[in-house]
Design a protein around this ligand. Structure first.
Ligand code: ZN
Length: 138
């Protein structure tokens, strides 16, 4: 699929760490901020119908997620990013992922906004209890 990727200023937090992916053939796009977890996308949701419907036209779903937690980690020099959303069980999944892969992770951080300030927690250094205490009320 033809796409171009660019680093842009995040429309939410203003940080220059948002990744914009544009699929120029299909008019789809996706923005993910690595700092605040802001996510905006316009993606086709009925691609599975393309081969069975002769009169197929794309149906786009537009999504904007403003509140969330950004989780990023590095394995063997490769950066990964997960938008954790704002669900407690997703945070717990991240914590157990970090526990299980501790030996392979070079970095593992989560970012979120608390009382109007950006907070970054190093998941490789902090204990689970203090991570959950630091988190905003989800
Ligand atoms: Zn942002």
């Amino acid at each position: 699929m033809g796409s171009v990727q660019d680093i842009i200023d995040c429309p939410m937090c203003g940080d220059n760490e948002a990744i914009e992916t544009i699929y120029y053939k299909t008019n789809e796009f996706e923005i993910n901020c690595l700092r605040c977890g802001y996510n905006k996308s316009n993606l086709i949701i009925n691609l599975d119908q393309i081969k069975i419907d002769l009169h197929w036209i794309p149906v786009y779903k537009r999504v904007i997620n403003k509140n969330g937690v950004a989780f990023r980690y590095k394995i063997k020099g490769q950066n990964h990013f997960v938008r954790a959303g704002s669900k407690r069980n997703k945070i717990n999944q991240i914590i157990s992922f970090v526990k299980q892969n501790k030996n392979y992770l070079a970095t593992a951080e989560i970012n979120f906004k608390k009382y109007g300030k950006w907070v970054t927690i190093d998941l490789l250094k902090e204990e689970e209890k203090s991570i959950l205490q630091a988190m905003p009320n989800l």
